[in-house]
Ligand binder design. Structure first.
Ligand code: UDP
Length: 494
């Protein structure tokens, strides 16, 4: 637990070191981030490293608590790994890693466990096997407030915290911040928590239907993302305006990327998963043939092998291989682009129809090839800047990544999703009209090439993304939780 806290603290230090200008923003009178006069809090986060998103949300919230209530301390407790928990709880992290790499296994696990009967059984079992140890850990920390950002930590820990509160004769509030976006597992939604923070209407519907969570306990807040995104969103404003474009150019220069070319950001979560390699090949070939000048930034995350491969790849070979299969590719793609898509926005479909008509007439091969380059990146810490610099994002349906892109008005091509929990994230993008879903690398490349040559379409998608984005969600949630906790602490003193 201590090691985790150290890591959390280092992350926070780094993010404030990286952006001294953020501190300046923080002092603006009208900013909701102005530190309050209320005292420090002792916060216990409940989370686990199943995917990168839960920790990222806890870090974003911790950062805001420290800014709003200076002197605040916190810890991150993984109730399954930090105690001597029983099987299967002690293997949750490893199981997540292996199961999520195999979609059918994940689909089975997700759907079997996402039932009231299973959830009740798991609660009953984990209560008898682990509750005493969980309560002991919470008691040792003796927090002012508990914040769960994990779907498996909303039932037994709440029971434990109520016991601890009784023992210490004080109120200790328990909040759930749901870090899934469009859909969520039933174990997220315990109606007995003090308040629940949700990011979308579809997830609110699930909270009410599956968990019976009453309206007065629900706060529609958006997904908590890092402060960098709020700072960038404020500095850029609307990216389709002259001011927005000027900010984007500045960031591109700071990142050392040609400011006059289109930029595509390709990523696959923290682990760099998905068919990134073939997607990049197809993007390179298509943009070159269609004469689009572009830089493809590939965030390989922790996937070092992919980074190495991209660094040594012969791009001329990639193009000639693609050109050799171009005739058959074209006929397949024209059919694909014209095929009906259940949720694609009409505007995107119209743009694709135009591109398909152009391809059918053989007018999609430019006389002058596009000037395209590929920048392979490792694990990127300044993601907000890269998302501001980019014109489009190509990514799997991670909730954090989608929320971050929306916060800075960046259109998204979603290329894969985990069955169950990430399926709803695809709908957020499609229903929000700020992107499309496609798994086939060739079609992805053609559609992206079409978007990049249609600035009006990009502008419309950007505005729609912005409408869904909540760049300040973390500070708003922290303020709400902090103020409520302070009220209870006052009550505890009486
Ligand atoms: N991320 C990052 N640097 C990288 C790759 C990913 O900071 O090089 C962050 C990304 O910005 C997002 C998180 O990792 O905040 C991934 O979370 P998401 O919920 O999208 O996917 P998960 O990894 O949890 O499946």
């Amino acid at each position: 637990m201590m090691a985790q806290r150290k890591q959390l603290e280092m992350e926070i230090e780094r993010s404030s070191e990286q952006h001294p200008q953020d501190e300046q923003n923080n002092n603006d009178d009208d900013m909701s981030t102005t530190p309050t006069k209320k005292g420090p809090l002792k916060i216990l986060f409940l989370s686990s490293d199943t995917g990168g998103g839960h920790r990222a949300s806890a870090e974003a919230l911790a950062n805001q608590f420290q800014r709003l209530y200076p002197g605040t301390t916190y810890d991150l407790l993984d109730i399954w790994s930090d105690i001597d928990s029983s099987w299967p709880y002690n293997s949750i992290k490893d199981a997540y890693k292996s199961m999520s790499a195999s979609p059918w296994k994940w689909r089975t696990l997700y759907h079997v466990s996402n039932t009231a009967v299973y959830a009740k059984f798991a609660d009953f079992h984990s209560y008898y096997m682990n509750e005493g140890m969980i309560r002991e850990k919470i008691e040792q920390y003796n927090p002012d407030v508990v914040v769960s950002v994990h779907p498996t930590m909303n039932y037994i820990p709440l029971f434990s915290i109520r016991k601890v509160a009784e023992k210490f004769d004080k109120e200790i509030p328990f909040f759930t911040v749901v870090t899934d976006f469009g859909s969520g597992h039933c174990t997220w939604f315990n109606k007995d928590v003090d308040r629940m923070y949700l990011a979308s209407e579809p997830i609110k519907a699930i909270a009410q239907k599956r968990g019976g969570v009453p309206d007065e306990k629900i706060v529609m807040s958006g997904l908590p993302i890092r402060y960098d995104f709020a700072a960038q969103a404020d500095a850029m404003g609307d990216r389709t305006t002259d001011e927005g474009k000027a900010h984007q150019q500045k960031i591109r220069e700071e990142l050392n990327i040609d400011p006059n070319k289109k930029i595509i950001l390709v990523m696959g979560g923290g682990e760099g998963v998905g068919s990134l390699s073939s997607i990049v090949n197809e993007l390179y070939a298509k943009l070159r043939t269609q004469g689009v000048d572009a830089t493809i930034c590939v965030v390989c995350g922790r996937n070092e092998q992919l980074k190495g491969d991209l660094e040594t790849r012969c791009w001329d070979t990639v193009v000639s291989q693609s050109l050799n299969s171009y005739a058959s590719l074209k006929s397949r793609v024209v059919t694909k682009l014209l095929s009906a898509h259940a949720s694609r926005s009409r505007r995107i479909q119209a743009a694709l129809d135009r591109a398909a008509a152009k391809a059918a007439k053989g007018r999609d091969v430019a006389e002058v090839p596009g000037n395209v380059d590929v920048i392979p990146l490792g694990f990127v810490k300044n993601m907000a800047e890269y998302m501001v610099a980019a014109d489009v994002l190509v990514s799997k349906a991670g909730p954090g990544t989608i929320a971050e892109a929306a916060a800075v008005g960046l259109p998204i091509m979603v290329t894969s999703h985990l069955p169950g929990q990430e399926a709803g994230n695809v709908d957020i993008v499609l229903d929000g009209g700020f992107g499309d879903y496609c798994e086939d690398p060739e079609t992805i490349a053609l559609e992206i090439a079409c978007w990049l040559q249609d600035s009006q379409l990009l502008d419309v998608m950007s505005k729609k993304a912005q409408a869904v984005g909540h760049p300040h969600a973390a500070e708003e949630i922290a303020q709400d939780i902090g103020d409520t906790t302070h009220d209870l602490m006052e009550k505890n003193k009486k």
